[in-house]
Design a binder for this molecule. Structure first.
Ligand code: PRX
Length: 664
């Protein structure tokens, strides 16, 4: 048997344990495992009391709640339901009159490296002014506002301004196509769209407003009355009279004082679309009270955030990570944070390290895909290696969005964290609102590649298909046994799908995360083994295989059938692999190459460039059972280049396997 050196290395590494640095073990918010266990015990003993205490300590309520959890209409749980508050007031107003008011809230670094700082006081004035502009356009409490913005101060202001007037925002990542935006506008019933003329990424000017125009022209968007346009660059964009207004016009004459609107704790703060196992994206609806509570608490527990910290979460506001750990959590915690417009590889792959040095970043939170791509770059160009930069300001590192392989973990730990900084490998989802399973920097001994233990109050467990607990060391289904405040409330407009997706009857009412997991035999640490549904994780972005398949078959002049599976990829974690049956003879060579490119561009137009399949393979058919079901497990093996060892006796057309295997 041959074993590659990397396998030996990763096996050795997985057995290594890194205790928290002594100083953090003494001073962190949760200092030492005893403190962690004490909080877990508090939650076990009096679950509602535990959450009520946190909600009273961490949030400012305009009307105190008297009831903590209402489970009468489970799984539509309600938390703190008779309480009232405003999210924006809890992020901004509450700091006024404290030393935080003049502190820098946002350090914005643009794609070209220019830096703008905004204090908490200034941010409050800007959010208030923007909120008044929205009100002047007739946007009211409960209205939905679609935000399609670059990473910017204005993007954060737009989200906070919606929260201030009780409008529900729905942020769509700037990489999604007009078709994807169109679908979300209609599903959410948005009354207004907030966008920018262009965005700057990697030195390139990319359109945003024209994509909104295209989406609105697709029809059925009569709900949208106004489009607000931030002029990010000097290049003009088309404006529709009576519908479109620039930020400057909208803000002119508006007061920078706007009283926050009190909303019920269950009022939907936002709807964020994410991929599920069927074709249509799900509008994940979050509450105001429970969501904000966990955004604030996890900033303190997971990141041990302190007044002197400079926090940097590299996620885009178009994803949940950018909601909880850019737009809300850091502000609720009164932190100074970096907001970055650009990409990690521009002007070169040292951008992150340069920025950490420049802004003296102390808590850095990014995705494994970014780390892996920067490892590759540093391997080939010593000038972009983190060792060339002064990263001594760092004290805590974080990872999010996908499993981090032990090799990447060790590189991050050694080369970025200087073997001083704990890495918090945070497991969570759009639906969980904030971290659910994660190490604590001053308590948890770290094991590379493991997200370790659930946060206090999160009753995570691994069960079998009927909800029975599974012993440590055996893989199973990840569930959360009790509702928690920051959980998804429903799927916007589709409560039945919410119930079916997350609370299947056979699982005893537990929340089904959609991931497989295993707990280590020795410590009971969780390791996520990947999605158990038809969802892929490409560069930390969730993509539904059915969504990509629907996009492919929508090319009706060319595609007869398509099946999409994932295969492991060194940099992006997973790569999208599409098997396509064409409505024409099997293409070969250059023709196959051309059609594959045409299909890739088609998917980019249907969903967005992030959904482009990396591999496209053509066949005269797909492997199917006699009843016509596509045998995806066989496609997965072919995509990985593995020999087929599975049982193929139920396969209708075995010869197709050979054809597909050779089609690469
Ligand atoms: O499969 C898990 C993976 O990302 C999924 C959630 O994706 P999304 O809703 O887009 O949210 C990403 C940012 C929170 C999960 O179901 N995932 C997320 N974090 C981790 C992870 N897998 C392993 N380790 C993690 N730390």
């Amino acid at each position: 048997m041959t074993t590659s050196s990397s396998t030996i290395e990763s096996t050795l590494i997985e057995n290594r344990v890194f205790p928290p640095p002594e100083s953090l073990a003494r001073t962190a918010r949760i200092a030492g495992m005893e403190a962690y266990h004490a909080l877990c015990a508090e939650a076990e003993k009096d679950y509602e009391g535990f959450w009520a205490r946190l909600a009273r300590e961490h949030l400012q309520w305009t009307r105190p709640f008297t009831r903590t959890l209402d489970a009468t209409n489970a799984p539509f749980y309600q938390w703190f339901a008779d309480g009232e508050l405003n999210a924006s007031a809890n992020c901004l107003d509450k700091h006024m009159g404290t030393p935080t008011e003049n502190k820098t809230a946002l350090i914005f670094e643009a794609d070209d490296g220019s830096v703008t700082r905004v204090s908490y006081k200034e941010l409050l004035a800007r959010v208030s002014q923007f909120a008044n502009a929205l009100k002047a356009l007739g946007v009211n409490k409960g209205d939905r506002v679609l935000i399609y913005m670059p990473m910017s101060i204005e993007g954060v202001v737009a989200m906070q301004a919606c929260a201030r007037i009780g409008a529900t925002h729905s942020v769509v990542f700037g990489g999604f196509s007009a078709k994807a935006v169109h679908e979300r506008i209609i599903d959410a019933g948005a009354v207004a769209v907030i966008t920018a003329n262009y965005q700057m990424r990697g030195g390139k000017e990319l359109p945003l407003k024209s994509i909104i125009d295209e989406a609105l022209a697709m029809g059925g968007c009569e709900c949208v009355r106004n489009v607000l346009v931030y002029q990010r660059t000097a290049t003009p964009c088309a404006m529709v009279a009576g519908r479109d207004t620039t930020f400057d016009e909208a803000l002119a004459g508006q007061s920078s004082v706007c009283p926050p609107v009190s909303v019920g704790a269950e009022h939907p703060l936002f709807v964020l679309y994410t991929s599920g196992s069927t074709g249509k994206p799900k509008g994940v609806q979050h509450s105001t009270g429970g969501y904000l509570l966990w955004a604030k608490v996890t900033m303190e527990w997971t990141f041990d955030i302190r007044p002197e910290d400079v926090f940097w979460c590299t996620a885009d506001i178009g994803w949940i990570t950018g909601h909880t750990y850019v737009a809300y959590g850091p502000l609720a915690a009164g932190a100074t944070q970096i907001v970055f417009e650009g990409v990690p590889t521009y002007p070169n792959a040292a951008r992150f390290w340069q920025m950490i040095e420049r802004h003296k970043c102390s808590v850095f939170y990014t995705a494994p895909t970014a780390i892996r791509s920067l490892i590759k770059a540093a391997d080939t160009d010593a000038a972009v290696h983190p060792s060339r930069f002064d990263l001594s300001s760092l004290r805590i590192l974080g990872s999010v969005g996908e499993p981090i392989n032990p090799e990447a973990w060790m590189w991050y730990y050694k080369n970025v964290g200087g073997e001083r900084c704990p890495i918090v490998d945070t497991f969570w989802q759009t639906e969980t609102g904030g971290h659910v399973i994660t190490p604590l920097p001053g308590a948890t001994p770290l094991v590379p590649g493991s997200c370790t233990l659930p946060l206090p109050g999160i009753m995570a467990a691994i069960v079998d298909e009927v909800g029975n607990d599974i012993p440590n060391g055996v893989g199973g289904i990840l569930v959360i046994k009790r509702p928690w405040p920051s959980m998804i409330r429903t799927i916007w407009g589709d409560p039945e799908r919410f119930k079916k997706s997350y609370f299947p009857e056979e699982l005893k009412g537990y929340y089904l995360a959609g991931d497989g997991a295993v707990r280590s035999a020795d410590r009971g640490y969780f390791r996520i083994t990947g999605r158990i549904d038809d969802v892929l994780n490409v560069s930390g972005h969730r993509m539904g295989t059915m969504e990509i398949e629907s996009a492919l078959v929508a090319k009706t002049d060319l595609v007869a059938e398509a099946a999409v599976v994932g295969r492991p990829d060194d940099v992006t974690g997973e790569a999208i692999c599409a098997f396509v049956v064409l409505k024409r003879p099997l293409p070969k060579g250059e023709e196959a190459h051309q059609i594959a490119n045409e299909l890739r561009n088609w998917v980019a137009k249907e969903i967005g460039p992030i959904a482009k399949p990396k591999d496209i393979r053509f066949g005269e058919n797909l492997p199917k059972t006699r009843s016509g079901k596509i045998m995806r497990r066989l496609l997965r093996s072919i995509a990985r280049g593995e020999a087929i060892t599975q049982d193929t006796s139920t396969l209708e057309n075995p010869a197709i396997l050979e054809q597909l295997a050779q089609s690469n």
